[in-house]
Design a protein. Structure first.
Length: 149
């Protein structure tokens, strides 16, 4: 769903499950990035985390280093993250953390989600698409980054 939402807002998906980009290859570990997207000449290394728990700090740091090594702007799409993670992404690595509130399950799993909400008390959703407002926060940040208001 994030692929479709990003594409609708002008981000071209260039590759998935990536550890090489523009002549550079990540060899320090077997990790990769979920996506690389381009918009207005800016290449973003994307990591998508749709889990109940935060991304582990060690994994966050590794993915940030991977983006730096490949010359990509880090873009983390996550359900939640502590302020220290968001600060690290934005200030230290000049990237963006796009947060959304509830875990997303594939559309059409209404009965399962009702059970998850009732029995486990978890907030979950099964939308047809990603909210435009969520992606618009990224677009606004991107436009400021490239000097477009």
């Amino acid at each position: 769903m994030f692929d479709a939402a990003l594409s609708r807002h002008g981000f071209m998906i260039k590759d998935k499950d990536v550890k090489s980009w523009s002549g550079a290859t990540w060899t320090k570990s077997n990790h990769n990035l979920d996506r690389i997207v381009l918009r207005d000449g800016v290449a973003y290394g994307i990591e998508i985390k749709n889990t109940q728990n935060y991304i582990q700090r060690q994994e966050l740091d590794l993915k940030l280093d991977l983006c730096k090594h490949l010359g990509l702007v880090p873009l983390f799409i996550m359900r939640y993250a502590p302020k220290s993670y968001m600060h690290r992404i934005a200030v230290t690595f000049r990237g963006f953390g796009l947060l959304y509130e509830e875990p997303i399950y594939p559309f059409g799993h209404g009965a399962l989600l009702t059970e998850v909400r009732q029995k486990l008390g978890l907030k979950v959703q099964s939308p047809r698409d990603i909210k435009d407002g969520d992606i618009q926060r990224l677009v606004t940040w991107h436009n400021r980054r490239i000097g477009r208001s």
